[in-house]
Design a protein around this ligand. Structure first.
Ligand code: OAD
Length: 233
């Protein structure tokens, strides 16, 4: 195997499933219980802010009860010990990568534990509920929203991600269905830059044929195995 110098990793809800966080598209998953247009669009928020704030309050409370699993912990170890460059991009809004020990995680879809003030546009660390309309810690206006990228909004830090995809020699997708763009397009981007592409998932994702290799199984098993192999070559 050629020496790997630059890795981009994309994670999705599947990496946190074994921590007890609901995925989106599974039977009984979040998008079966809630309509995307109601709880994950700016229009839904304008129509019924109580419903949207309550949805993210519920998910923030569930996150407080969850713990990182061996997959999060293994990626944190890779971040610490890999001698080359590593960019860890997550679509997840949980903080389980960080609580597993990762120091540099790019949350392209935002974070549950962050509040965005629609008046002063400041972000604040947030662990409480928002449904009661607490004041922004900076400008005091009662205009906080979850710092989450909704459908129709631009994911965060896309320039940095595409730069890394162009330069990487290995792209690894973990626990994502490949149903949501732009993240679903990262594998094609990495391939066209000549990178090897690897998928670790419970079942083949929508873009599975674009991966050079697919390993199927639970993230808590596959990810530590893969990390061990990378660090031992
Ligand atoms: P999905 O719910 O679409 O897909 C989760 C994937 O994880 C599926 O392919 C499962 O097979 C896999 N999976 C489940 N359990 C697993 C396990 N234990 N180990 C490994 N894989 C497992 O979630 P995402 O792909 O993350 O965006 O969804 C992408 C985006 O759609 C989310 O970030 C969210 C959602 O709408 C926004 O809200 C903007």
């Amino acid at each position: 195997m050629a020496e790997i110098k630059r890795i981009v990793i994309l994670t999705g809800a599947g990496i946190s499933a074994e921590s007890g966080i609901d995925t989106f598209r599974a039977a009984g998953g979040l998008w079966e219980q809630h309509r995307i247009e109601d709880v994950a669009t700016p229009e839904g928020f304008a129509r019924n802010p109580d419903l949207v704030l309550g949805f993210y309050d519920m998910r923030r409370a569930a996150l407080a009860r969850a713990e990182p699993n061996p997959a999060h912990i293994a990626l944190a170890r890779l971040e610490r010990e890999f001698a080359g460059e590593l960019l860890l991009v997550t679509q997840n809004v949980d903080d389980l990568h960080e609580r597993g020990g990762a120091a540099r995680v790019l949350h392209m879809h935002g974070e549950l534990r962050s509040a965005l003030c629609t008046s002063c546009e400041t972000r604040s660390r947030w662990d409480a509920a928002m449904q009661e309309r607490p004041p922004c810690p900076v400008c005091r206006a009662p205009t906080l929203r979850p710092d989450i990228v909704w459908f129709g909004e631009m994911p965060y830090q896309m320039g940095r991600i595409y730069q890394a995809l162009e330069a990487c020699d290995l792209f690894v997708s973990i626990g994502t269905s490949g149903a949501v763009y732009p993240a679903a397009g990262f594998v094609a981007e990495a391939r066209s830059s000549g990178a090897r592409t690897l998928e670790l998932n419970l079942e083949p994702s929508e873009g599975s044929r674009l991966f050079d290799e697919t390993r199927l199984g639970p993230a808590s098993v596959l990810v530590p195995e893969w990390v061990d192999a990378v660090l031992n070559t």
